[in-house]
Design a protein around this ligand. Sequence first.
Ligand SMILES: C[S@@+](CC[C@H](N)C(=O)[O-])C[C@H]1O[C@@H](n2cnc3c(N)ncnc32)[C@H](O)[C@@H]1O
Length: 205
Amino acid sequence: MLLSPRAERNWEDLCSVLEEVLEDQSPRQLFALELGSGTGQHVIRFAQKMPFVTWQPSDIKEESRESIMEYIAATHVKNVLQPVHLDASAGWEEWAALSRNSCDIIIAINLLQYSSFKTAQGVFNGSGQLLEQNGLLITYAVYAINGTITPSCNEHLDAELRQMNPEWGLPDVDVLRQLAYGNGLRMERMIEMEEYYKCLIFRKL
Ligand SMILES: C[S@@+](CC[C@H](N)C(=O)[O-])C[C@H]1O[C@@H](n2cnc3c(N)ncnc32)[C@H](O)[C@@H]1O
């Protein structure tokens, strides 16, 4: 089982955001797709806290999918489906046979800064197709805003990411807002989180 110390630190705050934005939705049974699930720590905690949501974890990496399976087995959670291979940079038709308008929530935690712009394009295009009307896309990351990165620790983070992979780096909120617009979504809220992280909440119109 993989363990991310950062996921151990931030899952509770992320849960609070999810519970708040979904407040008016429960007790309706919802379906959520997580992109780039990583270790599986988030999806397990979300499922335990929000039993009215069925969670579909996914990741491009086999190692991550194996870890998620191990967490599911160890915790016996009933509302997490087995993880699927999903490359968010691919066309939505290749997203694990999910059908149009089938998701109430799509969430991507720390995916956009660790992947190429093609992945961001895929995330918004896929969300535009897979979310049902009023469905939510939630992204969690450290962001640039209108081309500017502040404070200097975030500039260092951006430089570090680009050194690891020239295609990575802090995504720009305004670029994401435009991607959303082009795919039938609107940015509704920007929620400040710890250590300059933010949650962006997009709604499908
Ligand atoms: C920094 S990790 C974040 C993992 C987890 N969401 C978390 O916050 O602990 C980024 C994850 O995104 C996955 N990933 C990268 N590119 C991807 C893509 N194009 N499609 C789907 N997953 C991707 C990686 O395999 C990795 O598990």
